[in-house]
Write a protein that binds this ligand. Sequence first.
Ligand code: A3P
Length: 280
Amino acid sequence: NEELMFTYRGVLYPSRLCSAKTFEALEGMEARKEDVLVATYPKCGTNWALQILNDILAAHYEDFQMPLTIPMLEFGAPEKFQQIKDQPSPRLFSTHLHYDNIPKSFIENKVKILVIFRNPKDAAVSYYHFYNKHPLLPTSSSWDDFFQKFMSGEVGWKSYFDHALVWDKHMDEVNVKIMTFEELKENLHEGVKQIADFYDFPLPEEKIQSIAEKATFQTMKSEAPQKIGAFAPVVFRKGVVGDWKTLFTEAQSQEMDAKFEECLAGTKLGTKLKYDKYCK
Ligand code: A3P
């Protein structure tokens, strides 16, 4: 279990997916204004946002094709940046890095960043199942053990709460749009529209509708085996809001409530997360 994770600049990452060399190469990556970046804490809706953005870009640019390379900035070998350099615009990327760790050129070149957050209780439960099902991540001895690690930030990409606090500081920037898993779940049509508008790719209603239909959990789950093979059930598990109730004990629930209160209550992102609605 130990060697499956390594620490880079104080943060844990999966060693079979990321490396110090790739992080070093990433720092020198030249972003372009037309790049499209999705930033998430793990399990908050990365694949969902990528699906939506892929279809928005395909609707806007006739010849847009999602590249075969994994769009996650920090994954893979450092040599991949040569390929990325030659890739035509618009380039679609994702990352689990927060604002302070995203390569500077993304900020300098005013790349629009779509950030997806999710209530921390569901994110923790989703992350727990992901750890246990993913062959390249350590297996937790129990939910209790994982919960404590999630709370103390001893998980890949570190603490959910640190990420939320960093993004909260950038919520009002014109090139940053923060949305939540829960709002996409409540009104996917509206979510797709907002994402298209943020990127200045306004779309006709019927197009928004068809993109939303392709981004429902059922459709994505049923199409995933052709796209990502045996890995499909690892990513597309339940896709619901409130699954935390299946695992959290009352004491864990209170511990999370206290942590939320201490860190995020009263912040803009904390308010946007609608904690009382989704976590109580
Ligand atoms: P669950 O484990 O709670 O089911 P990420 O893509 O960031 O790894 O996040 C994965 C989580 O998003 C999983 O949550 C997955 O089921 C959920 N998800 C993916 N696509 C979804 C969709 N179209 N609708 C709802 N949830 C989705």
